[in-house]
Design a protein around this ligand. Structure first.
Ligand SMILES: [Zn+2]
Ligand SMILES: [Zn+2]
Length: 458
C-alpha cells in the first residue's frame, strides 16, 4: 500500500463525501464512481422520504412502495402516506408463495413489474429479500430505486448486486444500485435482535471475503484495490469486540454495525462486483440455502447467521494454510489432485435442480484453477505475508460471534454435521470465483480437515 495512506484518513467519512461523484482513487489510481447520491440517516427519517424525492428531482406521478407483511406495518405504511403528498402511491405487500418464508425467488419479479407499471420510482421497505427483489425489478425496468432499511441485517441497501434464486442457483446478480438510501435509526434500533445479530455476523465476513478477493486477483489478472478493504476494516473496529453491547441493543454499536454494512455495499460498488464482501464463507451459506430451499422449502436461518458460520469455517482454513511454507505448497500441488468429477456428481445428486447451472460454473472455474495452480507456489510467500494478516483467526471470529449471541456451531440452526461437511467440501462448485476453498481443496488441506472429526476443529 502506498505509504501510510491507510492510517491517515477516516475512509468511511471520506467516501461518504464522494456520494454521487466520480473521483480519483489514491490507491489503484483508477477513477471510481459512486452512483448512490444520498444517504439519509436519522431518527424519524421515514417521515421525510418526500423531501428526499424532491431533492433528487424525481417528479414522476406514480411510485411503487414494496414491502412484506411485517415491514408494511413497521415502516412502509408511513412511507406510502408520506409520499402520497407528492404522487400517487401503489403499495405492494409480498407474501410467501410455495414456501414457508418469503425469499428472493425470481418468481416474485412478475408481480412487482405488474404492480409497478407506469411507476417512475420504486421504494423498497424491508431487509434483504425485499431490497434485492426491488433492486432487480428497478434494474430490469430502469426505474430509480430508493431503499429504506428496516434492520441492520445485511449489506444489500447500498450494494450493486441482488442475491436471488435464479435458474436453480443462488446467485448474486449485478444490478443498478439504489439512487438513495434511507436509514431511520429508530426503526433500525427497534428491529428484532436476531436481525441485528445477522448483520453483525454477515459483516464479520469482511476480512475473509476481502482476502479471497485479493487472492483471486493475485492468481489471475484482475486488479485489486485496497480502498474497498479499508472502508470496511475501519468501520469494523467499532463493533468487532462489541458483541455484548449489541445484545443489549446499544445504540452506538447498532449504528456501527449499520455503518459496516453500508461500507460493505460501497466496497462492492468500488470493485464492481460482490467479491470484496462475498467469498468462500458466502458460498457455504448459499449451499445451505439451496439445500434448505429444495429439501425443506425454507432456508435454515437468516443469511448473516449462516455467513457467520461460514466465516468461522474459512477462518479455520486460513489458520491451517498460513503455516504452510512455499516448498510444502509446491510439493502438495505436485503430488495432489482433487477428484473433481466425483465431487461434481455428489453435488449434482444433492442439488439436482441446479446440476446444469453448477456444471456451467465449474467449466469456467476449471480454467481459472489451472492458471492459479501455476502461480500459487511461486506467489505463496507473498500471499502469506500480504493477504493472510487481513484475516481474523478462527478463535477471534468464534469469540466475536459468541459475545454477540450468534450461533457458533451449525447444529444450533438445525444443520447436521453431514450437511456441514458437504457444504465445506462442495460449495466451491457453486460459483466460478476463486476462494480459499479452492486453494485448500487443490492442495489437499480441505480433504484432510474433513477426514478429521468436525468437533476437533469447528
Ligand atoms: Zn481504487
Ligand atoms: Zn452477506
Amino acid at each position: 500500500m502506498p505509504g501510510d495512506l491507510n492510517y491517515r484518513e477516516d475512509w468511511p467519512a471520506w467516501i461518504r463525501e464522494r456520494l454521487g461523484r466520480t473521483f480519483n482513487c489514491p490507491f489503484c489510481k483508477k477513477r471510481h464512481h459512486l452512483p448512490i447520491k444520498k444517504i439519509v440517516e436519522a431518527p424519524g427519517a421515514i417521515n421525510r422520504v418526500d423531501l428526499l424525492v424532491k431533492e433528487l428531482g424525481i417528479n414522476h406521478k406514480k411510485a411503487l412502495v414494496l414491502s412484506d407483511e411485517v415491514t408494511y406495518q413497521v415502516a412502509a405504511k408511513t412511507v406510502a402516506k408520506n409520499l402520497s403528498s407528492l404522487m400517487r402511491v401503489v403499495s405492494l405487500v409480498l407474501r410467501p408463495q410455495q414456501e414457508k418464508r418469503l425469499s428472493a425467488r425470481e418468481e416474485y419479479i412478475n408481480s412487482i413489474l405488474q404492480a409497478g407499471k407506469d411507476c417512475g420510482l420504486l421504494v423498497t421497505v424491508g431487509t434483504g429479500t425485499i431490497t434485492d427483489l426491488g433492486k432487480y425489478a428497478g434494474h430490469l425496468t430502469g426505474v430509480p430505486v430508493i431503499t429504506v432499511a428496516t434492520a441492520a441485517s445485511m449489506n444489500a441497501y447500498t450494494s450493486p448486486v441482488a442475491a436471488l434464486f435464479q435458474g436453480g442457483l443462488k446467485v448474486a446478480r449485478p444490478v443498478k444500485p439504489a439512487l438513495a438510501v434511507v436509514i431511520d435509526s429508530e426503526i433500525i434500533r427497534s428491529a428484532p435482535l436476531a436481525l441485528t445479530r445477522a448483520g453483525f455476523a454477515d459483516s464479520l465476513a469482511r476480512g475473509n471475503a476481502n482476502a479471497d478477493w485479493y487472492l483471486g486477483c493475485l492468481l489471475s489478472d484482475q486488479k485489486y484495490c485496497p480502498l474497498s478493504a479499508l472502508l470496511v476494516e475501519q468501520a469494523e473496529r467499532k463493533y468487532f469486540h462489541a458483541g455484548r453491547k449489541l445484545t443489549r441493543k446499544d445504540a452506538s454499536t447498532i449504528k456501527a454495525v449499520m455503518q459496516g454494512l453500508t461500507m460493505g455495499g460501497f466496497s462492492m460498488l468500488l470493485a464492481g462486483s460482490s467479491a470484496p464482501a462475498s467469498g468462500g464463507e458466502h458460498l457455504i451459506s448459499h449451499f445451505w440455502d439451496m439445500y434448505g430451499h429444495y429439501h425443506r422449502r425454507q432456508v435454515f436461518a437468516y443469511h448473516g447467521l449462516q455467513v457467520g458460520l461460514g466465516t468461522l469455517v474459512t477462518a479455520h482454513i486460513y489458520d491451517r494454510l498460513k503455516v504452510l511454507s512455499p516448498e510444502e505448497m509446491r510439493a502438495r500441488l505436485n503430488t495432489f489432485q482433487p477428484d473433481t468429477s466425483a465431487e461434481l456428481s455428489r453435488i449434482g445428486y444433492l442439488l439436482p435442480f441446479s446440476k446444469q447451472a453448477i456444471e456451467c460454473q465449474w467449466r469456467q472455474k476449471r480454467k481459472k484453477i489451472a492458471f492459479a495452480r501455476r502461480r500459487l507456489a511461486r506467489n505463496w510467500a507473498r500471499i502469506v505475508r500480504d493477504i493472510f494478516p487481513e484475516v481474523h483467526s478462527a478463535a477471534e471470529i468464534k469469540q466475536a460471534l459468541d459475545q454477540a449471541g450468534c450461533p457458533t456451531a451449525p447444529e444450533e440452526i438445525g444443520i447436521s454435521p453431514a450437511l456441514t461437511v458437504q457444504a465445506i467440501e462442495l460449495s466451491r462448485y457453486l460459483r466460478d470465483r476463486l476462494t480459499i476453498l479452492d486453494i485448500a481443496a487443490e492442495s489437499g488441506i480441505l480433504q484432510e480437515m474433513l477426514r478429521e472429526d468436525l468437533k476437533e476443529w469447528l
